[in-house]
Ligand binder design. Structure first.
Ligand code: 4NP
Length: 156
């Protein structure tokens, strides 16, 4: 089982969108038994909340399920559990590096770094920009490349 954790700041906008999109891609490829997907926030403020209404709206439009998803903060056990930790932006990367302690072997990757010639390095935070459509576009592109990488790494 390959375990993937998407991380953003609040776990209500970007990383839940990535979780939902990526899970759908994994299902569509028949890989649900091999790849498990989750998301978490660096911050704790929105713990227990469903995805932001902007994220819900775009996922509804695309008929992608976010059923049962609730925000949570990243926790120590996550470092043991997950094989791929995928950050949405540079600040998330820095925050994760600061709390990783002894888990120096876990690779943290920034989602847009997986996309060759990406037009953004960071997924802009729609909590502040309001642009959920653009986040959907970027995250979808990033997730496609992530799935390719995982399939290659694990011969799936
Ligand atoms: P996210 O967006 O990191 O994409 O979930 C944010 C959500 C909430 C806050 C910041 C970013 N906040 O400051 O509460």
């Amino acid at each position: 089982m390959v375990q993937v954790l998407f991380v953003c700041l609040g776990n209500i906008c970007r990383s839940p969108m990535a979780e939902a999109i990526f899970r759908k891609m994994v299902e569509d490829e028949g890989l649900s038994d091999q790849i498990k997907v989750d998301s978490a926030g660096v911050g704790h403020w929105h713990q227990g909340e469903p995805p932001h209404e902007g994220t819900r709206k775009i996922l509804d439009e695309k008929s992608i399920s976010y059923e049962g998803m609730r925000a949570r903060q990243i926790k120590a056990e996550d470092w043991d559990e997950f094989d791929y930790i995928i950050a949405m932006d540079e600040q998330n990367m820095r925050d994760l590096e600061a709390i990783r302690d002894e888990y120096e072997n876990v690779t943290i990757q920034r989602l847009m770094d997986l996309v060759p010639d990406a037009k953004e390095q960071n997924v802009p935070d729609p909590y502040f920009t309001g642009n959920f459509e653009y986040v959907y576009e970027l995250v979808t592109e990033g997730c496609k490349h992530l799935l390719d990488e995982i399939k290659e790494d694990h011969n799936l």
